[in-house]
Design a protein around this ligand. Structure first.
Ligand code: NDP
Length: 256
């Protein structure tokens, strides 16, 4: 069964890892991002090589108008949205100590990482409820990409940690509200994944991994997250709404 999937921030990094895994599964994809269609043309063409419909919906998820456009363009191209993957996110432009975090950075991170996904999910949840398409079983779901920062405190990027803790609660809230509509909601919580977002601090992380930070002694890759999301989309957790899937090589396990 072809599933129609909207992935925010799906043209690079973790989002692209997810897009590749889902394209391989035969899903039709709407890829969102801020860059122009021209800038991501090659990536979109590569995704089409898997044989399924792939469209690009340019837009800033922090903007209400853009969110509406992203949804209407996706529905126009794919017919309906079965699965939403809330992946797009930003790190603070500058890592600042908690005692010096600025309101500007706080707002920028929160608008993109939490407020945008919250209202995008609200609209798409209403669309999913209005378009139930599979009375025999669950077809759609909502997947939120959070971070180990939802639970691990980094005072030099407090606004990011707060936004991801918010995503963890957002997952629970929508899971509670959408249970009766047979729409499972999941959280995927990556650890340290090698992408543009971590490129500036990758050496530091590699050293920490060598010293034992993660139980599996390597950096995570976008495809590690892609495989976890694919398992959820495939319906491998049919009775698991609200589940948090760790994709962090064991980073979160407290040790003594
Ligand atoms: P990247 O910086 O590599 O990519 C971010 C993606 O999000 C890009 O596609 C970008 O679009 C898109 N994006 C950013 N802001 C917006 C916006 N306002 N509207 C629409 N799209 C936007 O990040 P990662 O791939 O590393 O991260 C993806 C997600 O995973 C984020 O939510 C991040 O917090 C989370 N995460 C990352 C971890 C890591 O170690 N890398 C660990 C844990 C969680 P464009 O390409 O057009 O700029």
């Amino acid at each position: 069964m072809t599933k129609n999937i909207l992935i925010t921030g799906g043209s690079r990094g973790i989002g692209l890892g997810i897009a590749i895994a889902l394209a391989k599964m035969g899903c039709a994809l709407a890829i969102n991002g801020r860059r122009s269609a021209k800038e991501v043309q090659k990536t979109i063409e590569d995704l089409r090589e898997y044989g399924n419909k792939v469209v690009y919906c340019q837009g800033d998820i922090a903007s209400p108008q853009d969110r509406d456009n992203i949804i209407s363009e996706t529905i126009k191209a794919l017919g309906q949205i079965d699965v939403l993957v809330n992946n797009a996110g930003v790190a603070p432009e500058k890592r600042l100590d908690l005692l010096g975090t600025t309101p500007e950075s706080y707002d920028r991170v929160m608008e993109t990482n939490l407020k945008g996904p919250f209202f995008l999910t609200q609209k798409i949840a209403n669309h999913m409820i209005a378009n139930p398409q599979n009375p025999e079983g669950i077809k759609g779901c909502i997947i939120n990409i959070s971070s180990v920062s939802a639970n691990m405190a980094s005072p030099e990027r407090s606004e990011y940690c707060l936004s991801k803790a918010g995503i963890a609660m957002m997952t629970k809230l929508f899971a509670v509200r959408l249970g009766e509509h047979h729409i499972p909601v999941f959280e995927v919580r990556p650890g340290i994944i090698e992408t543009d977002m971590t490129s500036g601090v990758i050496k530091k992380y590699q050293d920490l991994i060598q010293q034992g930070l993660t139980l599996q002694p390597r950096l995570g890759q976008p495809e590690d997250v892609g495989k976890a999301v694919a398992a959820l989309v495939e319906g491998k957790f049919p009775y698991g709404t609200g589940q948090v899937l760790m994709v962090d090589g064991g980073l979160h396990i407290p040790r003594f």
